[in-house]
Design a protein around this ligand. Structure first.
Ligand SMILES: [Zn+2]
Length: 107
């Protein structure tokens, strides 16, 4: 993990990233009250910070937004999986009662 990724993770951990009209507003780590506007596109992303303007490559703000989106997706996915597992548990309990023993199958 390089330091830009670490800083992106710090931003995603510490700050609330606000979305509005398809833009994400990421608070600056160095300047109070400063927010950078990030747009995430399918093929390219944009940020209006000096780092992005200079390098034209994903900066820590773009990475922080992507991290936040990923975490939210993961959260939903986890809830979905948990529901699914509970359902499977219930189904296999029923099967155990029926068969009297649990049969394990390995793929
Ligand atoms: Zn930026």
């Amino acid at each position: 993990m390089d330091s830009r990724e670490q800083r992106a993770a710090q931003i995603a951990d510490r700050f609330r990233i606000v979305e509005s009209n398809g833009q994400f507003f990421v608070p600056s780590q160095n300047l109070a009250d400063k927010k950078y506007a990030v747009r995430i596109g399918k093929n390219s992303s944009f940020c209006d910070c000096p780092d992005f303007e200079l390098r034209q490559e994903p900066c820590k703000h773009v990475m922080a937004v992507k991290l936040t989106i990923q975490r939210e997706l993961n959260f939903d996915e986890q809830k979905r999986l948990q529901r699914q597992l509970k359902l499977q548990d219930r189904l296999s309990e029923r099967r155990i009662r029926k068969n009297g023993r649990r049969t394990m199958r390995h793929r």
